[in-house]
Design a protein around this ligand. Structure first.
Ligand code: GUN
Ligand code: ZN
Length: 447
């Protein structure tokens, strides 16, 4: 536990967040809150007060430290809803499309995670990447080795990072060193659930990698786990690539479609997160809606692996919750700002709108809602956990020029989306504690 968690801190600066969840992204601007000179008071890791500086000052307790971030923009911490820990180092590796890329890059990298020392060292690197990019909540796949997930959970726990993670279940169609079996995957996952799920800010996700790498027996075992532990998440991949989809049809000819493979085994529902969903059939859209399952939109990955363009409008029309995701290492950046920029382009190519406020919502409160965590994180409502990011809108010379031209908060945020990356993240706070400060950034002034 972080030592500063019991302190009260007041943060003064410019704040931007979204006040309420919505099914209608076109109306999101009605819920945007902008405080030009705002105040956030944090006590015991939670938000006690959020409002404007002038009227809020009297709420500040005596002897409380007041940090003033001048010329910055403070937003809720970013939520990455789909990322692969054992692919921490392989982002951007050259390859063909999904199935060849898995063989050539992902599987070889994942073999190393049976070694606890390597997993622990990489967990520190991985978490540092999240923090330095402003990501304060993530849903992460481990490798098939339970040690990989233990290493990641232990590293997250040290700084109180909100993390959902799970050991990949995979009993066919992968290198022998990476295979478990239905019963061992059940037992290992169960042990991890019992040890970590609900401990502090950690949650478990039952993680069958994707239908092609699990037998029906293993998917049954995964479904059995979900029955025994209904408040645990499920994360997997769905309908990412044409070759993959054809393969699933061959492997599961008795199932109506790809989504039905998971539904048949009890793996769908409000805590089930399906990565990609680029080529869904009409019936699959309907079933995702009916089961209130969740989609992770992974734009940099879908572009890099040539998978296709995610249809956000269709998801919105079906009122399906969508979170944004880096999908490292199929994705090419840990930065949720860069991921937003690519999401914008993917939607532009389909004539779909993705306004600055839709972007802000998607990486903060919308992401929290996708993970059913919007009662705990996602905006600055009093009572919520104080996870937030201090962004520098002038991190580069070009951005500094755009900053001068920005006429309103939407321009300001959109410039961070299109030009921003880890250089834009000056400070990251988790549970009210500073966990990352960009080297060379100006420390907040104490007043
Ligand atoms: N489908 C199954 N495994 C993976 C993975 O590791 N990355 C991506 N992008 N898709 C997958
Ligand atoms: Zn993935």
């Amino acid at each position: 536990m972080n030592p500063s968690i019991h302190q009260t801190t007041a943060i003064r600066g410019r704040f931007l967040d979204v006040s309420a969840v919505t099914n209608n992204l076109d109306q999101i601007e009605n819920n945007v809150r902008y405080q030009e000179d705002g105040l956030l008071i944090i006590s015991d890791g939670c938000i006690k007060f959020f409002g404007d500086w002038q009227t809020g000052q009297e709420e500040i307790p005596n002897h409380c430290t007041i940090l003033h971030y001048k010329d910055k923009l403070i937003v809720p911490g970013f939520v990455d809803t789909h990322i692969h820990f054992p692919q921490a180092e392989i982002a951007g590796s050259y390859g063909e499309q999904l199935l060849q890329w898995l063989e050539k890059h992902a599987f070889p990298a994942e073999k190393q995670f049976g070694h606890s020392g390597y997993a622990a060292e990489t967990a520190d690197f991985f978490i540092n990447q999240l923090l330095s990019n402003g990501t304060t909540t993530a849903a992460a796949f481990g490798s098939v080795h339970p040690e990989s997930v233990s290493a990641l959970f232990e590293a997250a726990q040290e700084i109180d990072l909100r993390l959902i993670a799970g050991k990949v279940m995979m009993d066919r169609n992968a290198p022998a060193e990476l295979l478990d079996c239905a019963s061992s995957s059940y037992e290992e996952s169960k042990k991890l659930i019992e040890k970590y799920h609900g401990t502090g800010r950690l949650s478990y996700a039952i993680s069958p990698r994707f239908a092609p790498t699990s037998t029906a027996d293993q998917l049954d075992a995964a479904g059995q786990l979900k029955k025994e532990f209904p408040d645990v998440y499920v994360q997997t991949h769905l309908s990412e690539n044409h070759e993959e989809i054809q393969w699933v049809k061959k492997l599961f000819p008795q199932r109506e479609n790809y989504f039905d493979v998971y539904q048949h085994h009890g793996l769908t529902g409000p805590l089930s997160i399906f990565g990609h969903c680029v080529h869904l059939e009409e019936l699959e859209w309907q079933k995702i809606q009916e089961t209130d399952s969740v989609i992770s939109f992974c734009p940099t990955s879908n572009l890099f692996l040539g998978s296709g363009l995610f249809d956000m409008k269709k998801a919105n029309d079906h009122k399906i919750r969508v979170g944004l995701a880096t999908d490292i290492g199929g994705g090419t950046s840990y930065s949720m700002l860069k991921t937003l920029a690519e999401a914008y382009k993917v939607l532009q190519l389909q004539g779909q709108n993705f306004s600055p406020w839709q972007a802000l919502y998607t990486v903060t409160l919308g992401g929290a809602r996708a993970l059913s965590l919007d009662h705990l994180i996602g905006n600055f409502d009093p009572g919520k956990e104080a996870d937030f990011v201090v962004l520098d809108p002038c991190a580069t010379k070009l951005q500094a020029r755009q900053y001068e031209r920005a006429e309103n908060p939407a321009d300001l945020f959109f410039s961070l989306v299109t030009l921003g990356d880890d250089r834009s993240v000056s400070h990251t706070y988790i549970n009210g504690s500073l966990v990352y400060e960009r080297p060379g950034s100006i420390t907040a002034q104490e007043t």
